[in-house]
Design a protein around this ligand. Structure first.
Ligand SMILES: *Cc1c(COP(=O)(O)O)cnc(C)c1O
Length: 374
């Protein structure tokens, strides 16, 4: 197996266009020299020292994140689930000190990870089956609708709302444009924290560094992971000072979180996204891709229910789940990797470095697959 840019070769030497990016992890593609150099350099210097010591690349990565976001403070951990655990604990601490509040409102269809706290915040029965009892204090409302949220938040025990700016695992569900601004307004009015889970759609995926930027709002807490470490496990909880102060030294922690290797790699990821124009590329290529997919939607309307996307997270909803499985199977045969999500949605997550000819290759393979299936 080997990879280079948008391409990956299997054990038999067959080449594939990889538009899965290891589920939104390898945002710079495979074998990016900036990441290789960072990992190599750090491995030769020091891989781990623990948070008993000041870690230079940790401060550097925190500074880049703070400078380019709403946040003042960053806590580093090792995965998305762990980042959401940290966000939930921070919200509970804040709620405890602000009127003894502990309830968290989440959305139906959401995905926040598989540890018990994150799983309890996840609005999908299939992930929770057989693991009860879960952590109490979570309630769920339909995603993208403001009235049910208004009702749910009108509860003096609610301390936070947790949402994904786009529900990725749920089939690339993009809410109406006024949804997040209205949620922000409601949270501010009720003095409730807004936690945005940008683990999948953050770090340039939507054409902005963070998806919330599209809506001219800011969360109180944000979680990141997946692409953050450039393939080295890494997660982060970001918050404004007024909220972050509640996690006092010793109240939360992680042995490997913020280790030099992941941090140095993370710095390379962020610098490359910001300095190499990858946000602009993701926005432009995303627009191009969606435009091409919309043309396919018209040609194969009996097969395709809808195409949707924002930047380089795109979805093709197929009318029938057997056909959807056939489409992803055909693509694989033709040397093109995509992810089948929620049985009927082909989820496409190209690396942020993708170019027009690679998107044209993807469109050609989709076109052939749809033609053969129709
Ligand atoms: C992947 C994902 C998680 C969980 O991340 P892990 O690193 O697998 O624990 C949480 N939230 C969202 C939105 C995700 O896409």
């Amino acid at each position: 197996m080997r990879g280079e840019g948008c391409w990956i070769w299997d054990a038999d030497g067959k080449r594939y266009l990889d538009f899965t990016t290891g589920i939104a992890v390898t945002n710079l593609g495979h074998g990016h020299p900036a990441i290789i150099n960072a990992i190599e350099e750090q491995a030769k210097s020091v891989i781990h020292v623990s948070n008993l010591f000041h870690i230079e690349p940790q401060v550097e990565l925190a500074e880049i994140l703070v400078k380019n976001s709403f946040a003042d403070k960053v806590f580093f951990c090792n995965s998305g689930a762990e980042a959401n655990e940290g966000a939930i604990k921070l919200a509970r601490r804040w709620g405890d000190a602000n009127g003894g509040r502990y309830k968290i409102v989440s959305a139906l269809g959401s995905f926040h990870g598989r540890t018990l706290g994150a799983l309890s915040a996840t609005g999908h029965k299939k992930y929770q089956k057989g693991f009860k009892p879960l952590v109490p204090g979570f309630k769920f409302v339909p995603y993208g609708k403001i009235e049910p949220l208004k009702k749910a938040i009108n509860d003096e025990k609610v301390c936070a709302v947790i949402l994904e700016p786009i529900q990725a695992e749920n089939g690339v569900i993009i809410p109406p444009d006024d949804y997040l601004p209205k949620v922000r307004e409601l949270c501010t009015e009720k003095n409730v924290l807004l936690i945005l889970d940008e683990i999948q759609v953050g770090l340039g995926r939507t054409g902005r560094l963070f998806a919330y930027e599209h809506y001219r709002i800011e969360p109180d807490i944000m979680t990141l992971a997946k692409a953050l470490g450039g393939g080295i496990p890494c997660g982060a909880v970001l918050a404004r000072d007024e909220v972050a102060i509640y996690l006092t030294p010793g109240s939360h922690g992680s042995t490997l979180g913020g280790n030099p290797l992941a941090m140095h790699s993370g710095c390379a990821v962020l610098r490359t996204i910001l300095d190499d124009g990858l946000l602009d590329n993701a926005a432009r290529m995303g627009e191009y891709f969606l435009h091409k997919l919309t043309a396919l939607e018209e040609d194969y309307s009996e097969l395709i229910k809808e195409v949707r996307g924002k930047g380089l997270i795109l979805g093709i909803e197929i009318r029938n789940k057997d056909k959807a499985k056939e489409v992803s199977g055909k693509c694989l045969e033709k040397g093109f990797l995509v992810i089948l999500t929620q049985e009927t949605v082909i989820r496409i997550l190209p690396p942020l470095i993708a170019k027009q000819d690679e998107i044209d290759f993807a469109i050609e393979k989709f076109d052939e697959s749809f033609r053969e299936i129709s």
